[in-house]
Ligand binder design. Structure first.
Ligand SMILES: Cc1cc2nc3c(=O)[nH]c(=O)nc-3n(C[C@H](O)[C@H](O)[C@H](O)COP(=O)(O)OP(=O)(O)OC[C@H]3O[C@@H](n4cnc5c(N)ncnc54)[C@H](O)[C@@H]3O)c2cc1C
Length: 311
């Protein structure tokens, strides 16, 4: 995601090399580094984290960690974990919704099975006064994800999805969803490595695209916008835009990942800004951690330090 004018510093390349060697790092060590980004292995761990966030004035969204499901049983098991999560959130009276990845729900091998699972989740969320956010994955499933979202959103308000500012198609997708009145969207930069043909490359270009899409969403009357970023210039830009356009608090919230830029998070909450924390948990923590470590080479530095300072 870098342009030629934005070369990769040597230390990042070294850290990337370390991350490539991740499979050789003991799991116990990966766990030590990762635990601030993951609420734990069980639903109870996650609910305890959510309670503590709620007590500090933050909402949450639960993500049951899982990789691509390649069998029906795995997809159905994933659905059942989410159904249990929705029931537990209501029982515990928590301010928390759920975020799901459709690849975990059979999207890549059986779209109709995926639709059925999503219908079950959205029906349950509707019944319990809750909400399902469909995370956006790589560009090979953007169309399929938006199609399913459209279908479900026509039938219930209890579902939203995500758009990625790095995708060149995003302004068109947003324009269409605004027109259809279904723009209940989280806006993020996008996490997957995508080719030049489909995605803007380079930090500044992606930032510019982010601000353009955010303006498009607010000016176009989006139902609600999740401003998902830890990037300070974007957060400040978003606050300026919100002031400029007089966007009411019911129409937006900031969103951040658990364990990331907690200082900025606290500043926003102290200033009375609505903020939701994305809380991943589950047995599949290792795959998630490896991805986070690959995504942010700075964290690899912590791994290296831990290797050498381990007692
Ligand atoms: C709530 C939420 C939901 C998301 N959902 C999706 C989704 O559905 N689909 C998708 O493609 N992407 C998703 N993302 C990821 C997003 O696309 C970005 O890859 C990610 O947020 C990093 O971009 P950034 O805007 O925070 O800016 P960056 O410039 O990457 O980060 C700004 C600063 O934040 C810190 N930081 C950022 N990420 C991390 C991290 N992982 N660990 C430690 N520090 C970090 C660093 O200090 C960094 O300098 C989501 C992000 C958030 C916050």
């Amino acid at each position: 995601m870098r342009s030629e004018a934005d070369p990769e510093p040597e230390w990042i390349m070294i850290n990337r090399a370390v991350v490539t060697l991740m499979p050789l790092v003991p799991r116990s060590l990966v766990w030590r580094v990762s635990r601030r980004y993951i609420a734990g292995r069980t639903l109870d761990d996650a609910l305890a984290t959510v309670r503590s966030l709620n007590e500090r004035g933050m909402s949450a969204t639960l993500d049951v960690l899982g990789e691509d499901a390649t069998r029906e049983e795995a997809a159905v098991a994933g659905r059942d974990l989410y159904l249990e999560a929705l029931a537990s959130i209501e029982r515990a009276g928590l301010d928390c919704n759920v975020s799901v990845k459709l690849s975990q729900m059979a999207l890549r091998f059986d779209v109709e099975l995926c639709r059925g699972i999503l219908e079950d989740l959205v029906a349950e969320a509707t019944r319990r006064g809750n909400f399902v956010r469909i995370d956006m994955e790589d560009s090979s499933v953007t169309d399929a994800t938006l199609d399913l979202y459209r279908d479900l959103r026509r039938r219930s308000d209890a579902v939203g999805t995500v758009v990625q500012s790095y995708l060149k198609r995003t302004p068109d997708d947003v324009a269409r969803m605004l027109e259809e009145g279904i723009a209940h969207l989280r806006l993020c930069k996008g996490i997957y490595v995508e080719p030049f043909e489909v995605a803007h490359q380079g930090r500044e270009r992606i930032r510019t695209a982010y601000m353009e899409v955010l303006r498009q969403l607010f000016e176009g009357g989006a139902t609600r916008v999740g401003i998902a970023t830890h990037d300070r210039p974007l957060i400040e830009g978003a606050l300026d835009l919100i002031r400029e356009l007089g966007v009411p608090k019911e129409r937006y919230e900031f969103q951040m990942l658990l364990g990331v830029t907690e200082g900025i998070r606290t500043e926003l909450v102290s200033a009375g800004e609505p903020l939701r924390v994305y809380v991943p948990f589950g047995e599949e923590w290792y795959a998630y951690s490896s991805r986070r470590l690959r995504e942010n080479p700075k964290i690899a530095g912590h791994v290296i330090r831990n290797i050498f300072t381990q007692s």
